[in-house]
Write a protein that binds this ligand. Sequence first.
Ligand SMILES: O=P(O)(O)OC[C@H]1O[C@H](O)[C@H](O)[C@@H](O)[C@@H]1O
Length: 304
Amino acid sequence: MAVEETDTQVIITNPSDPNSSVTILKYGATVISWIYKGEEKLWLSDDAKLDGSKPVRGGIPLVFPVFGKCKDASHDTEPLPQHGFARNSTWQFLGQVTESPCAVQFGLGPEDVDQELYKKWGKGRHDFTLVLTVTLADDTFTTQIEVENTGASTFEFNWLFHTYYRVEDVTDSLVTNLMDSTCYDQLLATTYQEKAPMLSFHEEFDRIYKKVEEEKHIQIVDKGKVLVTLERENLPDAVVWNPWIEKSKGMADFAPKLGYMNMLCIEPGHVADFITLTRGEKWIASQKITPFGEIRVQTDIYSV
Ligand SMILES: O=P(O)(O)OC[C@H]1O[C@H](O)[C@H](O)[C@@H](O)[C@@H]1O
């Protein structure tokens, strides 16, 4: 069977390759595993809580309606906790939508969110439907989100796929095609133009790359081999994160303690500013991940 549902999760197996599968936890509709040809591609902490007691440390947590902690006291999302409420709500499994490639959907509405938490967003007046579609094709894995404003009040939100990739050694990993983008370094609290043709990782890293052109495919390259080619639709910003030693030590659910060496987050989103949806409007975005590729150098000046 290509799609198997248990009480807590949904597993999709590629009918043409039993060694390729995706596991999605209903809690947070969090993808917790993507195995391609027998190899796990996502990083999941050994101490990640999968029982709904806190957001999952690893896989692909979903960030909505706010990225980080909103610092603008007058904004609707300000009372919400870091990264909002989608990653810590249990989504409804809506079923399989296509057979080939195999795709499943999950839905979230205000009724699925802890009411105390939900009321922190615009005093509970925003009505919305989120539909997540997870598609496992032979050589690609796609997560797509549709946000619909089903209420009377206009709302503003951020979206982000907080994707944790598994890498063999992060000090050997390079990330391409963010050169020339405007970057906000969250650790230094400064904005500058990225000049490095490839990013490398030797210390804590937490940056938001803004308005990265859709034609640019962000890649993770390890010793000349492309581990990930990432295509984005409607997700102009990309957060790149590695907590390194001290920060990961401070996270109770982060294990093993040297795990930061084996992970790298590339998080496509719309976080540099808010998306506005008026009554009845819909917004759709997706990330498509290919676990290989040719190295492509795409700068603002030339593209190879
Ligand atoms: O610990 P969490 O709430 O899951 O956040 C984990 C990380 O998410 C993003 O990558 C942010 O840029 C980081 O600043 C944050 O530390």
